[in-house]
Design a protein around this ligand. Sequence first.
Ligand code: PEP
Length: 249
Amino acid sequence: MRSKIVAGNWKMNKNLTETETLLAALSAKLPDTEAEVMVAPTYINLTSAVRHLESSPIEVIAQNMHFAESGAYTGEISADMLLNVGIDTVIIGHSERRAYFGETDEILAKKVTAALAKGLRVMFCFGEELEDRKSENHFSVVQSQLKNALFSVDANSWSKIILAYEPVWAIGTGETASPEQAQEMHAFIRKTITEAYDTSIANNVSILYGGSVKPANAVEIFSKPDVDGGLIGGAALNADDFVAIIKAI
Ligand code: PEP
């Protein structure tokens, strides 16, 4: 079922004390909303965040995972480890993982398969770079990212997938895709999914927009019919800003 979602990706920010302070502020200020609200603290604070939010509707999600079951992968975290501390949803394919940690479509496809096989929900991120948009290749880049990393997923698993379209040029830059650019791409994504699967899957998947969403631009972006919410970076680190974005939906 397509739902509204506002998710905060905290990246490598907030130590344990700061995590608890931000979660307490968010819990206190959380508005009544039909949207799913999610936060993705760093790995070492997931357990504490899950405990802290035990009686809260805010869901704690993970920023990444490894595709292997277990083994000699120093520094990595498995799907089972996430499940074991109460995590149900994992972000896969964030542009920073692709750019700084060499995560290719092939690696991401393995991560998606491994996460779904364990019953995790996957928030799959993708989006074009500035050069792709300037050369008007943004549609084909997005299409190939989806095809290469996601479209081997069987139709039944799509209920466990959330998409986050994040144009790389808009992430952490203060530049936002215009609401029209976001809508145009989200509609294209649904068309691409319809062609690969069917209309029902395309219409039921939540597609979030990410890239410098702030309280000042959230209402306009979220008002577009194919935009089902946002993946928020910088603005998710401040309780008032994140709450204002939740209210915008
Ligand atoms: C992100 O990293 O997913 C993101 C959207 O960051 P920001 O909101 O800071 O652009």
